[in-house]
Write a protein that binds this ligand. Structure first.
Ligand code: FAD
Ligand code: NAI
Length: 500
């Protein structure tokens, strides 16, 4: 491949990023264009491959994500050439990419799939850790092995998973909202889940599927070891199952939730002691659940006035798209969330440059029951659809929006419950123009549907409800359900018979 002064290497198609979006895109291009070389540039030595893909229903899908050496991908698809080097610069007007090692590549069509990175509070503070890839998960596990108390900030997917999994370490969970899990649940669902969180005895963890994330815990107690700043791809499903998420204490779970607050400040021990001595306004004692006798390496001051000492802080506060290397000299339209805006053909605002997965912001007019969330299901769907669009544009063919963008559908697991969210499951964007219907059996299932003008527009299903396919159909076909009233959720009525 070409270095400075040499002629640049050429590939009809180039893809940047070895995560789910990039690999899926490259695989689809490699299949559709078997005689073309597909260049896949990635900053990480391993790639993420989708395995055991299962279409559960029309829009729900399940799969495993496997971390593999890139050579395996090249063996499966001999026309994929993996270039293991970060992209330093994009010269879109010359259709040229420059990698960290100074080499240049010319493309006809390019898909950017460089993912996102954690949006950390107090970025740069060595006591604040984020979790994204294998390295950062290992750094977290290593620090946890020496910890007695940590503070978890954020209320989305990562925080929900962590507070449930961590054992032998006190967790102070600081959330901005009134109830837990605001990105997936409303207050009712949070109420349903809370007993699972505080229960002393939990079901034994599921047998570990992958062990590759495990590292030996060090004995020495030191300042947190942050992960290297190399850009790995985001972790895969059940990422925590191979990790031993245990602190130093003998108890199983101890979680204290602080609601309606943010982190105001973070003080190192010396600074905290100094402030206590000198500042009239600074609290002289920590207003903790239990007053502390010990000195902690770091102190978190919350906006509700409380201060907690801890070993370190996990910032699970969302992600920010990895757009930096691509912006310089290129006039990309960027969304409010910092992603590269893409149209209904996954095309950015620049010719021949597409984007998919966490890096992009869906800027098309979406179906009324679909919205973007940075999830691996959407990364796979977007990567695959972007490849189809690149192929269609190359061959001068027209293409319709893929069916997967008709309905938002996500299946996952929180607190050991199966969780399915469909459509506008939290009445997102509906204002007050909607009604909710609920059915809840404590400890077993929680079913919520969002109705608008007698039609179902969203649902949250927690537990083994077996309702996902029926509700998916009802949301997709927008049937008028007014006549059924509350019977829609009556457990004594087999709803499927009703609609067959
Ligand atoms: C801890 C955790 C748990 C999650 N759990 C779930 C879940 O349960 N369900 C779910 O649906 N989603 C989950 N997600 C989200 C999901 O992992 C992501 O949405 C998805 O993996 C994004 O895929 P991607 O390919 O867009 O990006 P990434 O996986 O981030 O891949 C980006 C790739 O680009 C490469 N790269 C970055 N910059 C450059 C550059 N300059 N040059 C070259 N290469 C570059 C990286 O090395 C990487 O290979 C979770 C995320 C995390 C962090
Ligand atoms: N099971 C699943 O589906 C999972 C999905 N994920 C995905 O991985 C990505 C990263 O996960 P998360 O970091 O949990 O992101 P997230 O977007 O799910 O949640 C971020 C949370 O942080 C809060 N927040 C933002 N800024 C804050 C601040 N300054 N102070 C306090 N709170 C703040 C938000 O209110 C929100 O609750 C997301 O795209 C998420 O959807 C992650 C884990 C599990």
């Amino acid at each position: 491949m070409a270095g400075p002064g040499e002629a640049a290497a050429r590939g009809r198609f180039a893809v940047v990023g070895g995560g789910i979006a990039g690999v899926t895109c490259a695989e689809k291009l490699a299949t559709d264009f078997p005689s073309e070389d597909i260049l896949l540039m990635t900053a990480s030595p391993v790639i993420k491959a989708v395995t055991n893909f299962k279409q559960v229903s029309k829009t729900l899908e399940e799969f495993d994500v496997e971390e593999q050496p890139s050579s395996l991908l090249e063996t499966r698809y001999p026309n994929i050439k993996v270039i293991q080097s970060g992209v330093k610069q994009l010269k879109s007007d010359e259709h040229k990419i420059v990698t960290e090692d100074g080499k240049e590549y010319i493309y006809e069509k390019l898909c950017l799939c460089a993912g996102a990175k954690p949006k950390l509070i107090f970025e740069g503070n060595p006591y604040v850790l984020g979790i994204r890839d294998t390295d950062s998960a290992q750094a977290f596990q290593k620090n946890l092995a020496q910890a007695e108390r940590i503070v978890v900030v954020g209320n989305g997917g990562i925080a929900l998973e962590l507070v449930y999994e961590i054992q032998g370490c006190e967790v102070i969970w600081a959330i901005k909202d009134k109830a837990i899990g605001n990105t997936f649940f409303d207050a009712g669902a949070a109420e349903f889940l809370i007993p699972k969180l505080t229960a002393e005895k939990r079901e034994s963890p599921i047998e570990c599927k992958r062990t590759r994330y495990t590292v030996e815990g060090s004995q020495e107690k030191e300042r947190p070891a942050a992960a290297s700043d190399k850009l790995g791809s985001a972790l895969g499903p059940d990422w925590h199952e191979g990790l031993h998420l245990k602190g130093t204490k003998e108890f199983s779970h101890k979680v204290h939730i602080e609601t309606l607050c943010e982190v105001k400040n973070i003080h190192l021990q010396q600074e905290f002691l100094q402030l206590q001595r000198t500042s009239l306004t600074f609290p002289k004692e920590e207003k903790n659940v239990e007053p502390d006798q010990v000195l902690w390496p770091v102190y978190v001051e919350l906006t509700n006035g409380k201060i907690y000492g801890c070993d370190f802080i996990v910032s699970a506060t969302g992600v920010v798209p990895n757009v930096k290397p691509f912006l310089d000299g290129n006039n990309f339209a960027v969304g409010e969330d910092g992603g590269l805006k893409v149209d209904e053909h996954m095309c950015t605002s620049l010719p021949d440059v597409y984007a998919a997965g966490d890096i992009c912001t869906a800027a098309w007019e979406p179906s009324p029951v679909w919205h973007q969330m940075r999830l691996w299901t959407q990364a796979r769907q977007m990567g695959w659809y972007a490849a189809k669009c690149m192929a269609a544009d190359t061959l001068g063919e027209s293409i319709d929006m893929d069916f997967c963008f008709e309905l938002f559908a996500h299946v996952t697991k929180f607190f050991n419950y199966k969780v399915v969210v469909l459509g506008k499951y939290n009445a997102q964007g509906l204002g007050s123009d909607h009604e909710l219907m609920l059915r809840c059996t404590k400890g077993q299932e929680y079913v919520k549907v969002v109705m608008q003008n007698g039609r179902m527009v969203g649902a949250v299903l927690i537990g083994e409800t077996d309702l996902e396919e029926t509700f998916e159909n009802l949301i997709l076909n927008q049937m008028d359900l007014s006549a059924y009233g509350e019977d829609l959720l009556n457990p004594d009525i087999d709803i499927e018979d009703y609609f067959d």
